[in-house]
Structures are given as structure tokens and as C-alpha cells.
Write a protein that binds this ligand. Structure first.
Ligand SMILES: Cc1cc2nc3c(=O)[nH]c(=O)nc-3n(C[C@H](O)[C@H](O)[C@H](O)COP(=O)(O)OP(=O)(O)OC[C@H]3O[C@@H](n4cnc5c(N)ncnc54)[C@H](O)[C@@H]3O)c2cc1C
Length: 440
């Protein structure tokens, strides 16, 4: 996200509990230090806490203010197959020429991501993608169930709608192709979906007023009207249950005796083990420890609009490469991928182009005035999150690289990481596919 709060401001939003013991030097000790308070870090903290461990979370800002704040809010239970990099020449040429709005790029962005992109291209080969999807489907199929108990305990039910989401097709040929693909996905992964013509779907979705060929309504997903708030409510639950959230910079992480320590405004925070849950910033921090993490940094933008009629459920407008979701702040339009260097200033042209296209099928209303938000999907070239023990350091664990589906998979990979930490063998087959060792 473009907004970085000063530490002094950030701390005001953080509830502190006093469960972590302090020694005589005022140094706080606990079993686990979780670095990163996005949906992944907070879910990890909650899961470890629920298994009886003492946990401190450290972030430079308040929970859920970065990538986990600005996403499209879909808990994508239907996303059995991760997004591959198209390998056929016509599609690549269309992307290179900017003929599709799914992707924008700059030469500096391609250069910055070159090595990870090359790996991504190779993992996108059909046979490899099928193998990866077998693992991915196991993750996404339990995503809503893994969120369910936290949603109830965090009293976040008001934010959640359990009615799936839809893909809307303007063009008849694209719709026919998608219908066939829907059959394949439903059969292979036992997903539930229904096919509707444009007229049928518009009949049940009053917000859609323009003409389009058809829609697919995927039933297995849930949606959240404020993903940043959901992360904050999970964080509040963690604190209510005795957890602690501190403000500090992960760059101060260092080995300390048999454990780890990090500097925070509240003092030095020590723990026997550390979990790196820093999303798109994980490679930066881990570089200091000798890990070269090949991550594709997929930027995305959002903007809010005062649409006069709310969407019942989010839609992916396939022709224009944007997702539209009715959220607490208005109609949120989120974009596809911009391959640009991580620190490049915002360029909302993809958002503007997507909104213009979407306006052909629904009334958007005026844009809400706000600073331009953008975030970075932390995407691994083999499309799988990195969950498990750090290969070269004792007491260091990884949980990052959730790409397009961190909101979806936060609680799921938290459960798998806790299983790995506790050497639980029930989930070993899937744990082994996510193991960080595969990267090196
Ligand atoms: C436009 C867009 C739409 C998306 N839509 C969806 C969707 O519909 N469904 C879905 O499942 N996913 C979606 N995603 C992906 C999802 O948002 C991410 O995968 C997820 O938020 C990643 O969570 P995280 O906790 O790993 O990272 P983050 O939320 O970024 O959290 C990382 C944390 O680390 C902290 N941090 C970083 N560096 C330091 C440091 N040096 N010291 C201390 N703290 C530090 C940050 O402050 C931050 O709080 C979307 C993403 C984008 C960009």
C-alpha cells in the first residue's frame, strides 16, 4: 500500500495485552515472534495461540493496512487452479502490445522480475500446472471452512456474504469457451457453478444494466466487504485472547542466543522462534540471512465509486480485467497485474481503462476522492505459497508468497504451518509441497 503510517500514529490503533513475560531488563520473551500483521501473519498468530503457544506479532504499522487492506475481498474457494502465465504466442503478443487490460508492464518491471518470470513461465507448462493445481485445490477447497471459526469468534459475520462470486463475459465466444472450462473445473474439482445468459443474470442482478453475453456464478466462494477490517478483527481476537502486537521494523531481526530478537517501540522482543509473514517484503528481509527468494511482484490498484445500486456479489468483468465488489467504502474496482518495480509511483491507467469498460454494463457513479491505493501480490513462480521451516536457520519459519489468494488462504496456510511446527503428520503430503526447501 502507498500509505505508511508513522510508528507513533500506528501504535494508537494497536491493543496491547500483558501476557508476554518480561525479564528484569524489560526484554519481552515468548515462544513465537510473527513478523508481519497482514492476513497471513495474523492468521498464523491466531492459529499458534489456539494451540497453546505464546505469540507476539511485530509490524511497522497496524494490522491489515497493506496488501490485506485493498484486495477484492473474495475468499476464493473455487480457485482450484492458480493463475498461470499464458505460453501461447498470440496471447503473449496481445499482452506485450497492451491489447488486454489484465496486465500492464514497464521494461524496468520486466527487468526487475526477469528471473522469477522465467521460472514462472516454465512452471506454467501444462503438465506442471496440473500437478501444482492438485496441491492448490487442496488449499482453496478448505479456505472457507478454515476462515469460518475465526469469523464467528471475531464477530466478523457482518462483513461476510456466503453467496459466491461471478465472472461476466461480454463476448459470446469467450463465454462459450468459459462454459466448457467450467464443466471441466466442476468435474475435476467437484466445484459448484451455474451458467446464465446475459439476460438471465441481469434479471437477478439489478446493478447490471448493459448488455453482455453471459455469466458464470461460482458458488464455493465467500466475499468480504472490508478485508482490512477483517484482518483487524482477527487481530483484536488475538489480543483479546492474550496475544500481543508490537510496533517495530523487521530489518532489526537478529539471532539472539538460541532464539531471535527484534527491536520494537516497546523494547527488545525476543522469542525462541520467528515466523516470516511479511508478504511482498519477505524477500527483502530474508536477503540479509542469505536467502534469494524468487518472487514475482504483481502490483494491483483499487478505486472506490459511489455506484447507485449495490452488486449482490462481486463480479469479474473478464473483458476489462477488473473485479467489482460492493464494499463498505463504495463499489471497489480492483485491477489485474502491473509488472513494475516495487517502488515505482502509482500509475492508475489500468484502473481508469478497466472502469471505463465496466461502465458499459453498470453505472459506477462518481469516483470517491482518496489517495491512490496500490498493493503487491507476493507471487511465487511455482504458484504455491512458501510454508514451513527455513532451510538454513533453526527456529525460523516461513509463511508468505500467497500471490492472488492471500485473503483466501491466510487461515489455511496458518494451520499447515502450525502442523509443520508441531510435526503433525496428517497434513504431511500437502506440507511437503509448500516446503521452502523447494526454492533452493
Ligand atoms: C488488487 C488486489 C486484489 C486482490 N484480491 C484478492 C482477493 O479477492 N482474494 C484473495 O484471496 N486475495 C486477493 N489479493 C491478494 C491478497 O491481498 C494478498 O495475497 C494478501 O493480502 C497477502 O497478505 P500478507 O499478509 O502476506 O501480506 P500483507 O498484507 O502485505 O502483510 C505484510 C505485512 O508486513 C509488514 N511489513 C513489511 N515490511 C516490514 C518491516 N520491515 N517491518 C515490519 N513490518 C513489515 C507490512 O506492514 C504488512 O502489514 C489481491 C491483491 C491485490 C493487490
Amino acid at each position: 500500500m502507498s500509505v505508511h503510517f508513522h510508528l507513533s500514529v500506528a501504535i494508537q490503533g494497536i491493543g496491547l495485552s500483558r501476557s508476554t513475560p518480561e525479564n528484569t531488563q524489560g526484554v519481552s520473551m515468548s515462544e513465537f515472534l510473527v513478523l508481519g500483521a497482514g492476513i497471513v501473519g495474523i492468521s498464523t498468530a491466531l492459529e499458534l495461540q489456539s494451540r497453546g503457544h505464546s505469540v507476539v506479532v511485530v509490524d511497522r504499522t497496524s494490522p491489515g493496512l497493506e496488501t490485506s487492506y485493498g484486495n477484492a475481498g473474495v475468499i476464493q474457494g473455487e480457485a482450484a487452479e492458480p493463475y498461470l502465465l499464458p505460453r501461447n504466442l498470440p496471447t503473449l503478443v496481445r499482452m506485450a502490445l497492451g491489447m488486454t487490460n489484465d496486465l500492464s508492464w514497464s521494461s524496468a518491471g520486466i527487468l526487475a522480475n526477469a528471473s522469477a518470470l522465467w521460472k514462472y513461465y516454465r512452471f506454467s507448462e501444462t503438465r506442471r500446472h496440473r500437478e501444482i493445481s492438485q496441491t492448490y485445490a487442496q488449499l482453496t477447497s478448505s479456505a472457507t471452512a478454515d476462515h469460518a471459526s475465526w469469523i464467528t469468534a471475531a464477530q466478523a459475520d457482518d462483513l461476510i456474504t456466503r453467496d459466491g462470486f461471478s465472472c461476466v463475459y461480454k463476448d459470446a465466444r469467450a463465454f462459450d469457451a468459459a462454459a466448457q472450462e467450467m464443466d471441466r473445473l466442476c468435474t475435476t474439482y467437484k466445484l459448484k457453478a451455474r451458467l446464465l445468459t446475459g439476460t438471465e443474470y441481469a434479471g437477478e442482478e439489478p446493478a447490471l444494466t448493459g448488455e453482455f453475453a453471459g455469466a458464470i456464478h461460482w458458488h464455493d466462494s465467500w466475499t468480504c466487504s472490508d478485508p482490512g477490517r477483517l484482518t483487524q478483527l482477527y487481530a483484536d481476537l488475538f489480543v483479546t485472547r492474550g496475544g500481543e502486537i508490537r510496533t517495530g521494523d523487521a530489518s532489526s531481526l537478529k539471532p539472539n542466543g538460541s532464539g531471535w530478537s527484534v527491536d520494537t517501540i516497546e523494547g527488545v522482543t525476543e522469542a525462541s522462534s520467528v515466523v516470516i509473514a511479511l508478504g511482498p517484503w519477505a524477500p527483502q528481509t530474508l536477503k540479509r540471512f542469505g536467502y534469494k527468494i524468487p518472487m514475482v511482484l504483481k502490483r494491483g490498484y483499487h478505486g472506490h465509486f459511489n455506484a447507485p445500486v449495490k452488486l449482490q456479489r462481486p463480479i469479474l468483468d473478464v473483458a476489462n480485467g477488473v473485479v467489482a465488489s460492493s464494499m463498505v467504502k463504495g463499489l471497489r474496482i480492483t485491477t489485474g497485474v502491473a509488472l513494475v518495480p516495487q517502488n515505482e509511483p502509482a500509475n492508475p491507467s489500468q484502473l481508469i481503462r478497466g472502469a471505463k469498460g465496466l461502465a458499459q454494463i453498470m453505472e459506477l457513479g462518481d469516483r470517491v476522492e482518496e489517495p491512490q491505493w496500490y498493493g503487491t501480490r507476493p507471487f511465487m513462480p511455482d504458484m504455491l505459497p512458501v510454508v514451513g521451516k527455513a532451510p538454513k536457520h533453526s527456529g525460523m519459519w516461513f509463511n508468505f508468497g500467497h500471490g492472488h489468494h492471500g485473503l483466501t488462504l491466510g487461515p489455511t496456510t496458518a494451520r499447515l504451518l502450525a502442523d509443520a511446527i508441531e510435526a503433525q503428520t496428517d497434513t504431511l503430503p500437502v506440507q511437503s509441497k509448500l516446503d521452502p526447501q523447494r526454492l533452493f
